[in-house]
Design a protein around this ligand. Structure first.
Ligand code: FES
Length: 234
């Protein structure tokens, strides 16, 4: 059975009150951000919210905020505009003027293709965080938290390289793609990325949840919960 995760969210409740819910959402995210900032490193684990990327956090933040997967959701379910063209009842959205991608918001969102480079540039930091957690005690130690950091790095990589803008970098900018790249390494890379790209929306949410999970795990550890386990040491 295919799980439709959207049914888990009460959109019927959210949509009529979208201003209220947007306000609650912004407050919650702001509160989370305030919580996230002081948490830097605990027991050799660097918090993904804090990782050196904190220095350039607006760029990865903008990369995530302008991701097509989230854009679809906040335009359809929070802004209520534009709704999907196939939606028979377009309600409020039908009476609002839609100017394609020329409005200021869309133009801003189109900077996503540039924010992507920041997203790619920060990926090594997350692998470094994993490595750092292995050796921080002065000896090699694989702990449960290290595996979570690795999972975080992998899901972030999956989300980033499955990006639609990345797809364009690999496969775009040629008039006849199959003529130029048929059978070549670029075509192979493109085909592999195409497979990942089909799962981009799921990866967007999984990678976000993984970051939050790691952050909560570290907060739990810092609070004294006995949740960390050493799996290997030598
Ligand atoms: Fe989602 Fe680029 S479209 S990260």
């Amino acid at each position: 059975m295919k799980l439709d995760w959207r049914l888990l969210i009460p959109y019927e409740l959210l949509e009529p009150n979208w201003r209220l819910w947007s306000f609650v959402g912004i407050l919650t995210l702001g509160f989370w951000a305030l919580l996230a900032f002081p948490m830097a490193e605990f027991a050799g684990y660097i918090d993904p919210f804090y990782s050196p990327t904190i220095l350039i956090v607006p760029l990865p933040g903008a990369f995530r905020l302008t991701c097509y997967a989230y854009r679809k959701d906040y335009h359809r379910h929070i802004f209520n505009h534009p709704l999907g063209c196939a939606n028979a009842d377009r309600g409020e959205s039908a009476s609002r003027h839609y100017t394609g991608e020329r409005s200021a918001v869309f133009q801003l969102e189109n900077f996503h293709r540039y924010f992507m480079y920041a997203g790619i540039a920060i990926l090594p930091f997350f692998y470094y965080d994993f490595y750092h957690s292995l050796i921080s005690s002065g000896t090699f130690e694989l702990r449960l938290g290290s595996l979570l950091l690795l999972a975080n790095a992998i899901t972030l990589t999956g989300w980033t390289v499955s990006c639609h803008a990345f797809r364009h970098v690999i496969g775009g900018n040629v008039d006849c793609y199959s003529c130029v790249a048929a059978g070549g390494p670029r075509k192979d890379f493109y085909d592999r990325q195409s497979w990942l790209n089909k799962h981009h929306e799921a990866l967007a949410w999984i990678s976000l949840l993984t970051i939050i999970l790691v952050d909560l795990y570290l907060r739990g550890l810092a609070a004294g919960l006995p949740i960390d386990k050493t799996l290997l040491r030598f």
